[in-house]
Write a protein that binds this ligand. Structure first.
Ligand SMILES: [Zn+2]
Length: 272
């Protein structure tokens, strides 16, 4: 089940002191910022190109897009696909960190002002909203994991951490966290935990492997791209990220087996 994934956070009005908007914004493409130049041959179109145009000089098709950082850019076919994919994933993975902090403050009782003060003392400067989020989510990871019944909440927290890492531009960290989220679904950890607490349930609800929601696979695609993680590295990361979960709950599928199935999707279709 992945109802946790559809869960939409309630946006509540919480009075928080505004942070400086200094979060690092990611650049999708550093080149071709001039909207009139062909990204293939440098030919000057001398006009703002349309959504899709053919370059008269080299014959290649170029595309106009808006980069993640908000600039109008002219890109190659390959770059266009990357940007489109990134937008697609942003719809699922991106988060508003201030809202996330406010939600944890409202629902879990975190005192944002006190956390900000503590971090400011520790860092010697004003913390970013994402520093506060990271602090909260680390505490929430420990809290939810210490209660084995709470594996779904733990999964939500790890997904939030993946989102925050993504927003900070830490794609490898985001991928590692996402791999935990994926493994928890794939081995149907919710059920593993349930059967662990009441083995008699096995006769009525035998263990079955879970499935990975397509949205998570999409996220993994993009994070693999952004972090430049090859198949071997991804496998090592997947196994490492899930080692302690596997040791703690012994689900039937090991992280290595889980990745073995997943890589069919992640690395086969990637070459398309
Ligand atoms: Zn050209």
């Amino acid at each position: 089940m992945f109802g946790w994934f559809r869960k939409k956070r309630k946006i509540e009005e919480v009075d928080t002191t505004k942070e400086t908007k200094s979060e690092t914004k990611k650049e999708t493409s550093k080149s071709h910022t001039k909207t009139t130049l062909c990204p293939y041959c440098g030919n000057d179109f001398k006009r703002v190109v349309k959504a899709k145009s053919k370059c008269k000089a080299c014959g290649k098709t170029v595309y106009k897009r808006t980069s993640i950082s908000g600039e109008s850019i002219v890109v190659t076919e390959e770059e266009k696909e990357k940007i489109d994919k990134e937008y697609e994933v942003r719809r699922v993975i991106s988060c508003d960190i201030e809202t996330l902090n406010s939600n944890y403050a409202a629902h879990r009782g975190y005192a944002l002002a006190a956390i900000r003060k503590e971090l400011k003392e520790r860092f010697g400067k004003e913390p970013l909203a994402s520093d506060i989020a990271w602090y909260i989510l680390n505490q929430e990871s420990v809290r939810t994991l210490s209660d084995t019944y709470n594996i779904g909440s733990y999964q939500n927290v790890r997904l939030d951490m993946a989102r925050v890492s993504y927003e900070r531009g830490n794609y490898a960290t985001a991928l590692r966290l996402l791999f935990e989220v994926i493994y928890l679904d794939h081995c149907n950890m919710y059920k593993v935990v349930m059967l662990m607490h009441d083995p008699t349930l096995a006769s009525v609800m035998p263990y079955t492997k879970g499935s990975v929601p397509p949205a998570l696979v999409e996220m993994a695609y993009v994070l693999i791209d952004l972090s430049g993680t090859d198949e071997g590295e991804a496998e090592a990361l997947y196994v490492e990220a899930n080692r302690s979960l596997y040791a703690a709950y012994s689900p039937e599928i090991s992280p290595k087996e889980s990745f073995g199935e997943l890589k069919q999707i992640l690395y086969k279709e990637k070459t398309k």
